[in-house]
Design a protein around this ligand. Structure first.
Ligand code: BTN
Length: 272
């Protein structure tokens, strides 16, 4: 498989390293960061042996899907990692919207599920793992970096640990011509465009509005596991930090920064 960056990404000085097999592209990106890489580096692998998902879960990574991580080395604040997860969600959705047949998009829709999943209809197609790291040992030399890992089910739809209550989708079921290199090229283009729009956080409001246009379950009752407790309420939107706004039955508004959202039948059998 031959992966390449889009002209838009090349024009903005992104670079690409491609591997046949790695443990985790996020871990490899962290190694690049620690050895002083200058950032804007995409790492793509055909297969992962230790792929990681959110909340310490395993991300099964057989050949045929896309596994990509982007290393950014600007001097970020930790909360910007969460914002960049939303930039990635918007970029990935736009990439898929460009590639997938219009008929599918009209019939099923491509949605963004808080915080960082991409769905086709109600089935999970892709997951995003933003991570904040510090590099350099001495306090004065310490620098931050953010790694944004993205996994897209192109050929296979492996069960996701603890979210097996959800249907999992793969692109091949909808469009046989979709390949990991095609998804990656489009992703690298829409990432470059949306990262420029985000503009170090100054464009977060515009980015959030884009995200909300395609948000799954907005205005609907959702169930959320948050710090070991189950909360229910209406998903009213997200704030500028990407926190989920939940309006509970008593009218109380809660801002949630991490958790798993359950809906429909899955909500009745969700893991405790
Ligand atoms: C999720 O739990 O939904 C996030 C999954 C993120 C998986 C991607 S695959 C590329 C990168 N490398 C990893 O080990 N994880 C991310």
């Amino acid at each position: 498989m031959i992966f390449s960056l889009s002209p838009q990404a090349l024009a903005q000085f992104y670079r690409l390293e491609v591997f046949d097999i790695v443990e985790s592209t996020n871990d490899l990106a962290a190694e690049f960061a620690k050895s002083g890489d200058s950032g804007r580096l995409w790492i793509v692998a055909a297969e992962q042996t230790g792929g990681r998902g959110r909340r310490g879960r395993v991300w099964h990574s057989p050949k045929g899907n896309l596994y990509a991580s982007l290393l950014l080395t600007e001097d970020f604040a930790p909360e910007q990692a969460a914002q960049l997860g939303f930039v990635a969600g918007v970029a990935l959705r736009e990439a898929l919207a460009e590639l997938l047949p219009e008929k599918l998009q009209k019939e099923s829709g491509i949605f963004l599920k808080w915080p960082n999943d991409v769905l086709i209809g109600k089935a999970k197609l892709a997951g995003i793992l933003p991570e904040f790291i510090t590099r350099g040992s001495k306090a004065k030399q310490r620098k931050n970096a953010i790694i944004i890992g993205m996994g897209v089910n192109v050929k296979a739809a492996p069960a996701v640990e603890n979210t097996s209550l959800y249907p999992i989708a793969n692109l091949a079921a909808w469009d046989k011509t979709c390949s990991p290199p095609a998804v990656f090229a489009a992703l690298s283009r829409f990432w470059a465009e949306n990262y420029a729009l985000w503009n170090n956080g100054q464009g977060m409001a515009a980015l959030r509005d884009k995200w909300l246009c395609h948000a799954a379950f907005r205005g609907e009752i959702i169930h959320l596991n948050h710090k070991g407790a189950m909360l229910s309420g209406v998903f009213a939107g997200i704030d500028d930090f990407g926190r989920l706004i939940l309006v509970q039955e008593n009218g109380e508004k809660q801002l949630i920064s991490a958790g798993d959202v359950y809906f429909g039948a899955a909500a009745k059998t969700r893991p405790k």
